[in-house]
Design a protein around this ligand. Structure first.
Ligand code: TXA
Ligand code: MG
Length: 321
């Protein structure tokens, strides 16, 4: 049985004993194991059904000592500006740090989450390896119930901290090259990164995701974030979404105003981001056959949303502006 916890002492005890505990962060729920325990880390891959070659993020509370081997000035500036927060930095791994989290790579992804529960668990049990706490391929969990829906019986416990603030994963940036390289857009805008460190590169697959096999971006080649319903992405206005709602089990999700119960509308892109994964799960539960998502801008947070939605979608319909 998976325990539903509010007692953080119990959660720390379980983690220290090498068990898997899901916990809230400001982005999505993470599935935590002590990063220094390779057996516990291996258990994460089994519980999620995660491909063995997709490395994990190490969550830290008080710095990166012992985890990374090099911390260039740009990493220091980014961490100073955005930690704790939704930014993951990929740097050279300290050779003494277990390579289980990195799927054997010489780099490691690190992030300091902005959530009191996450920080208390890390301070109690040490750095935590934690991917999103969903079954591999499904939408990331933004509530404790989503975690249970996917992983009940497969993990020791989940700490309930209510719904997540951003509802979208962290931005992942690699600082091992000459210029920072965004591998995954996320809850922190690329524009915000650039305001601190100047121009950054964005991996070409970010705005054109499909089958990519770049060795620096292992997470990009898998199908992700998908509900059971067929997802169509409309890169265009809500009116175009509405035209495609042609059956009782077809739903529209967009930034704009709802006119019928089949439409789930949000006033702005941040609200849509916060709710998107929960809405995909909810519409699945209602028996949706198709979910049409649109009205998402191409920049800012919209860029990250479009990236996720293109991966989830079976069809992308581009409407000229
Ligand atoms: O917001 C988040 O980042 C959440 C919360 C729980 O912190 N975590 C999360 O983890 O989204 P996950 O495992 O679902 O996604 C981690 C991403 C993947 O795309 C993975 O390939 C990439 O980070 N990654 C991890 N280590 C890497 C490395 N050494 N080099 C390149 N990419 C790496
Ligand atoms: Mg994930």
């Amino acid at each position: 049985m998976t325990e539903l916890l509010t007692d953080l002492g119990r959660a720390v005890d379980l983690l220290r004993a090498g068990r898997l505990v899901a916990f809230p962060t400001e982005t999505v729920y993470g599935l935590g194991a002590r990063a220094a325990d390779p057996v516990a880390v291996a258990g994460i891959f089994v519980a999620k059904g995660r491909p063995q070659d997709n490395p994990l993020i190490v969550h830290v509370a008080d710095g990166v000592e012992g985890v990374v081997a090099g911390w260039p000035a740009v990493a220091r500036d980014l961490a100073e500006a955005f930690w704790p927060g939704p930014l993951t930095i990929v740097a050279a791994r300290d050779p003494g740090f277990p390579d289980a989290v990195s799927a054997g790579r010489s780099t490691v992804a690190v992030r300091c989450p902005d959530h009191p529960v996450a920080l208390e668990l890390i301070r109690g049990a040490g750095p935590l390896a934690a991917p999103s706490a969903n079954r591999s391929g499904t939408p990331s969990p933004t509530t404790a119930q989503h975690v249970l829906d996917d992983l009940s019986g497969r993990i020791a416990a989940v700490v309930d901290g209510g719904p997540c603030l951003h509802g979208l994963e962290s931005t992942v940036v690699d600082v091992t090259g000459a210029r920072p390289l965004v591998l995954r857009p996320g809850a922190l805008d690329v524009e915000a990164l650039e305001a601190v460190v100047g121009a950054v590169d964005v991996h070409p697959s970010v705005d054109r995701p499909s089958e990519v096999t770049d060795a620096r971006a292992p997470g990009m080649k898998y199908r992700h974030y998908s509900p059971a319903a067929d997802v169509w992405l409309v890169e265009g206005p809500p009116a175009r979404v509405r035209e495609l709602l042609d059956g009782p089990d077809v739903y529209g999700v967009f930034v704009g105003e709802a006119r019928s119960p089949q439409e789930r509308a949000f006033p702005d892109v941040a609200s849509l981001a916060r709710a998107l994964y929960a809405v995909l799960r909810e519409l699945d539960a209602l028996g949706a056959t198709r979910i049409v998502v649109g009205g998402v801008p191409a920049d800012g947070l919209g860029r990250a949303l479009r990236n996720r939605l293109r991966k989830a979608a079976s069809r992308v319909l581009v409407t000229p502006p």
